[in-house]
Design a protein. Structure first.
Length: 306
């Protein structure tokens, strides 16, 4: 286990290094000039040159990246060009909202997806199975902004059950979490259906039925714990996705998460914020996958670490 963790941590560090290099290179090659955004349209050429020198943007790419990397090793994400605030402070201020949305969205998609998958597997080949799989396909394919706006129109505007947007109460959380839950539940339902069908064919399930156990006990005690194992890895991936903040959903609902922060930074070419949010998201994805792998190892005794 120690060797496994050591290898995974080394791989994670290399992945994060690669993400930082690629993101920094892409931002360096952008045709937009962040200095112009800072100085304004009426700034003189001398003013632009002075700002560029102060920020170190007149240096070659490798010098800029090396300096950023050295600051990163000291947990310094830099300072926002326009807001004049530490990027770590900006992300920390938005992080609770994104974490709350992440928990709500994952809960929603698990309830919807696992429930649909289990029912579809138990009613395999029936109209119920086909209907649920069509619904899951539509959920996966539907654009985020369409689902979000539709939920807003029906449940906020027409019925008035929830606020149109904002942050602070449980009512504000329901619609954005449900939007993400509907989109993610399709993947879970299809995977859960396939996994459950495979488990229900196993010999130990037939043995459990032969011993006289009730159908509900066989499903809850024997089938579900084994069928749910493949889903654990997907949850780890979702943690990273939601930590990055679903930009469109946060924009539609006015949710003050780090996704909205990243969108504002992209519009203003605020490179330190873009880099900071990207790295935080990458760290969340790597950590989520690592936790999912460890959880799978402990949950399934058939898997051994070599």
């Amino acid at each position: 286990m120690i060797n496994f963790l050591g290898r995974r941590l080394l791989q994670s560090a290399m992945i994060l290094l690669g993400v930082s290099f690629i993101t920094f290179a892409l931002l360096y090659l952008l045709p937009s000039d962040p200095v112009r955004q800072i100085a304004g349209r009426s700034a003189t050429a001398q003013t632009v040159a002075n700002i560029r020198e102060q920020l170190g943007l007149d240096q070659p790419f490798i010098v800029q990246y090396w300096r950023y990397l050295m600051d990163l090793l000291q947990f310094d994400l830099g300072r926002s060009y326009l807001q004049k605030t530490e990027v770590s402070a900006l992300i920390a201020a938005r992080l609770p909202a994104t974490l709350l949305l992440m928990v709500g969205a994952i809960s929603a998609e698990l309830v919807l997806g696992l429930g649909m998958g289990i029912i579809a597997a138990l009613r395999r080949g029936t109209t119920t199975d086909n209907t649920l799989m069509i619904a899951s396909f539509i959920g996966v394919s539907a654009p985020q902004f369409v689902v979000g706006l539709l939920l807003l129109y029906v449940f906020a505007v027409q019925l008035g059950w929830f606020p149109i947007g904002g942050y602070g109460t449980f009512g504000h959380l329901v619609l954005p979490a449900l939007t993400l839950g509907i989109l993610g539940s399709g993947w879970y339902s299809r995977m859960m259906r396939s996994s459950m069908i495979d488990v229900l064919r196993q010999d130990f399930i037939r043995t459990a039925h032969a011993k006289g156990l009730s159908r509900a006990r066989v499903l809850m005690r024997h089938a579900l714990p084994n069928a749910i194992l493949p889903v654990i890895a997907m949850i780890g991936i979702d943690i990273g996705i939601f930590m990055g903040g679903i930009v469109i959903v946060e924009s539609v609902f006015g949710w003050p998460g780090i996704g909205q922060l990243a969108w504002q930074a992209i519009q203003r070419v605020d490179i330190p914020i873009i880099m900071g949010v990207t790295l935080v998201s990458a760290c969340a994805i790597v950590l989520g996958n690592l936790v999912a792998d460890i959880a799978t190892l402990f949950a399934d005794p058939r898997i051994k670490v070599r």
